[in-house]
Design a protein around this ligand. Structure first.
Ligand code: SIN
Length: 186
């Protein structure tokens, strides 16, 4: 069997939490990353979902950066099963061509978890201000929804691959949490 790679563009960028043989920054072309998926099992709860990212088709010039991981042959089945459980809140395991800079063999075919608009937890678009307000009040078994956004922002900055949707949302969140602090000091 040839190498198995997993591409992460959300929590799998900054918290893969699985063993891997190699990891490389990489990107997919023709897609955008959006906080349009509801999370009732990680960053929210049923009835009060948080917001997490998914991939949606974009234009030819759009590009989503993330991290691609090559799995060890001995552990890959167990890892994929664990990832299927981790991503069970609406994500499907699809395959994407991921470009890896300086990879001589061309793009790598990588398993990628995508939440398509037909899943039950999909929330879809909303103004960033509204998404930020939802993120600020959401928390689930994996922790605060705010941390998910800010960790992703930081990880993308670390890759030199800022994503304006993520960084603008993070700005709205910082503005909202600063207002809350000011109110608390009044
Ligand atoms: C991913 O990180 O690639 C999928 C979405 C998530 O788990 O945040």
């Amino acid at each position: 069997m040839s190498d198995v790679w997993v591409f992460g563009y959300g929590s799998l960028v900054w918290r893969p939490a699985f063993e891997h043989a190699e990891r490389r920054p990489g990107f997919v072309n023709g897609y955008v990353r959006r906080f349009w998926q509801g999370s009732t099992d990680h960053r929210g709860v049923p009835g009060a979902p948080g917001r997490v990212v998914t991939l949606l088709p974009g234009g030819a010039a759009d590009r989503v950066w993330g991290m691609v991981y090559r799995l060890h042959a001995e552990t890959r089945e167990a890892i994929l099963q664990a990832l299927d459980v981790r991503e069970q809140g609406g994500y499907e395991r699809l395959e994407f061509d991921v470009r890896v800079p300086d990879e001589p063999g061309g793009p790598v075919r990588a398993l990628t978890y995508v939440a398509t608009p037909d899943n039950a937890n999909y929330l879809g678009p909303a103004p960033l201000q509204q998404i930020a307000a939802q993120v600020v009040k959401s928390r689930g078994p994996s922790g605060a929804n705010v941390d998910y956004v800010l960790e992703l922002e930081r990880a993308l900055q670390g890759l030199g691959a800022e994503d304006s949707h993520v960084s603008e949302l993070a700005e709205h969140i910082r503005a909202l949490t600063a207002q809350d602090l000011e109110r608390g000091n009044e």
